[in-house]
Ligand binder design. Structure first.
Ligand code: SF4
Length: 386
């Protein structure tokens, strides 16, 4: 049994261009102005065509959210982004109250362009800051400054964005606890509605991975990183931001609706290279190659899909459990049983009780959740459901 067909869903659009590539980044993102200039027109046209394809094929109900992620979507001209969004919003019948987020980086947005995006119906801006110390930004291979971030934040407010997220990172090379505390404090002073706090991950194939393998990347210890994370939790609580997901804090009613869909194991449809989709129990991922994507869209019939996984009820039971545990309120056990036709205890005999015994989770009548002091070792609990 599955009730996925009645779940809300979200539209994701991947814009894979950045002005440059950061030293830690393994996202599907093409750095460099010339390639962006060459590709952006054909790419936007291909994304629109992919949207048309799925509207015709899936005949979906309207989504509850749309999310333009990257990459750095705002390296594209604002007029092009606005017309892409208007076209997709009309074809997918996005309701006016739907949450529509676009990611940006400081230095890629100005007031005029932001006003164009806002008028097109984009109502949430997520700004990648990472740290307030320019020396740490340089060490990450980022080419913006904290001053540029403040300009972007102010411009966004002036352009009418009442829902702003800021991304910060901890566990960075040369980042002390005091540095991180300063980053959180300086950002919270600006009163964003949402803050995301991510641990640096060293990903294979990145310059950081090479340096780490040569022993030349001065990373803080796990203890320092844990102290930094605790600091974010404490300061966000003082500022009235609720810690609702491992890495995410929100003002009342400002949780990210779109990202909640992922943690709820709901449906999403991804457009663009590298985009993933989860639709009526099936999963697929698009090619990560620009030319293959463009040519596949031109040829039609889904030839841009690089990987397809058929429906798998066991995988869905697993994903609903471990993704739900990322939320601090945990897995809703009644909703779980209604959705999957069996309780979490029946699907994973003995596992919930063991996690409680081990001190990783707490249980009430209707929820299984990570204990607050186990959030940083959540992987130990998630892996029990895989
Ligand atoms: S701005 Fe973001 S997506 Fe682009 S290279 Fe840097 S980390 Fe990657």
């Amino acid at each position: 049994m599955d009730a996925a067909a009645s779940l809300p869903w979200g539209l994701y659009v991947h814009i894979p261009f950045c002005p440059y590539k950061c030293d830690y980044c393994d996202f599907v993102a093409v750095g460099g102005g010339r390639r962006v200039a060459l590709w952006h027109g054909p790419y936007v046209a291909a994304v629109r065509a992919e949207g048309e394809y799925w509207v015709g094929r899936l005949r979906p109900e309207p989504p509850v959210s749309a999310f333009y992620g990257g990459g750095t979507p705002t390296v594209l001209p604002a007029d092009d982004l606005a017309s892409l969004h208007r076209a997709l919003a009309a074809r997918f019948r996005l309701p006016p109250e739907g949450e529509v987020t676009i990611e940006c980086n400081p230095g890629t947005v100005r007031h005029a362009g932001l006003a164009v995006l806002r008028r097109a119906g984009i109502n949430r801006l997520s700004i990648g800051l990472q740290a307030v110390q320019d020396r740490l930004l340089t060490a990450l291979g980022r080419r913006h400054t904290f001053a540029a971030f403040r300009e972007a934040f102010t411009a966004a407010r002036e352009a009418g964005f009442g829902n702003l997220n800021v991304d910060l990172m901890y566990g960075l090379p040369q980042q002390s606890c005091a540095d991180f505390e300063e980053s959180v404090c300086r950002v919270l002073e600006l009163r964003p509605e949402h803050l995301s706090v991510y641990a640096l991950q060293i990903e294979e194939g990145t310059p950081f991975h090479l340096r780490a393998s040569h022993g030349t990347l001065a990373l803080p210890s796990d203890e320092v990183a844990a102290e930094q994370f605790d600091c974010a939790c404490r300061l966000c609580a003082q500022a009235g931001l609720e810690h609702y997901e491992i890495s995410n804090f929100a003002a009342p009613d400002r949780r990210c609706r779109h990202n909640l869909l992922y943690w709820e194991n709901a449906d999403y449809l991804g457009l663009g290279i590298g985009a993933h989709s989860h639709w009526r129990l099936q999963r697929w991922a698009n090619t990560v190659r620009l030319a293959a994507y463009r040519d596949g869209i031109a040829a039609g019939a889904g030839t841009w899909i690089a990987e397809h996984q058929p429906a798998d009820a066991a995988r869905e039971r697993s994903e609903t459990a471990f993704l739900g545990l990322r939320l601090l309120e945990g897995v809703d056990l009644r909703a779980y049983a209604a959705r999957h036709g069996q309780t979490l205890d029946a699907a994973f005999p003995g596992i919930p009780a063991r996690l409680v015994e081990q001190g990783l989770c707490r249980r009430t009548d209707d929820r299984l959740a990570l204990r607050p002091d186990a959030v940083l070792v959540g992987n130990l609990a998630f892996s029990a459901f895989v």
